[in-house]
Design a protein. Structure first.
Length: 230
């Protein structure tokens, strides 16, 4: 996959582009197998619904227009979570570490903990270092860890009131943060989902120095195999 650049900087695989923004359709109540739930007035169940959840609509025009670094493309995030694709370059991360482990990178200074839920796909070591250097939120602080298993947990989205269909606030969350809703929770029928959520298990924290060493090993391996460095 050829990297997409914007003003000399690589645009992450997940980043949404302005040409991908589409108007959202009005939400209504519709019948479902377990009772009423939210739906679109012109819903296509095959395209708009997964895990019994209604999903935001998003375009697919990667590289068209301008990158919107404050938004991630819902479709590409789902693909990356399902297929272990790197959040930065979009290539598969499997095989980089022994025992099927993958590298996880999230913003903030709080270490990644066992069983934590996340919308962040895995990442290559070299891509992780690049992200910590170029992404403003990650420059303010990040946490990295190797994980043995990443398991489907639920979705991240906006929960709506079953009676009024008014978006509900997320108690204790930061403004604008999406609520994580478990796949077995009844609220999932009233959630407009944007992202897939996984829980991570077998977590081993990775320090900045260890991450840098992993990236250097990544570079050496690519050079030895005659592959382009990510």
């Amino acid at each position: 996959m050829k990297p997409l650049l914007w003003r000399g900087m690589r645009v992450p695989y997940l980043t949404s582009w302005t040409a991908e923004h589409v108007p959202q359709t009005r939400i209504i109540k519709v019948p479902g197998p377990r009772g009423q739930r939210i739906g679109y007035v012109d819903e296509n169940e095959m395209a708009d619904r997964r895990l019994e959840t209604l999903w935001v609509r998003t375009g697919l025009a990667q590289g068209c227009g301008r990158p919107d670094f404050l938004r991630n493309n819902s479709h590409r995030q789902k693909l990356a979570m399902r297929n272990d694709l790197c959040q930065l370059c979009g290539q598969c991360v499997l095989g980089w570490f022994s025992k099927g482990r993958t590298l996880q990178l999230v913003g903030g200074s709080t270490p990644i903990y066992e069983g934590e839920t996340t919308t962040a796909p895995p990442v290559h070591p070299l891509c992780a270092v690049e992200a910590t250097q170029n992404c403003p939120p990650l420059r303010r602080g990040y946490a990295a860890a190797l994980v043995k298993r990443s398991v489907l947990w639920g979705v991240a989205g906006i929960v709506h009131d079953p009676k009024t269909l008014t978006p509900l606030p997320h108690p204790g969350s930061r403004p604008g943060e999406l609520q994580h809703v478990h796949i077995g929770d009844k609220e999932i029928r009233w959630t407009l989902a944007s992202f897939t959520v996984h829980s991570v298990h077998g977590v081993t924290s990775v320090s900045p120095a260890e991450l840098q060493a992993m990236a250097e090993a990544d570079t050496h391996r690519a050079s030895a195999n005659g592959q382009p460095v990510r």
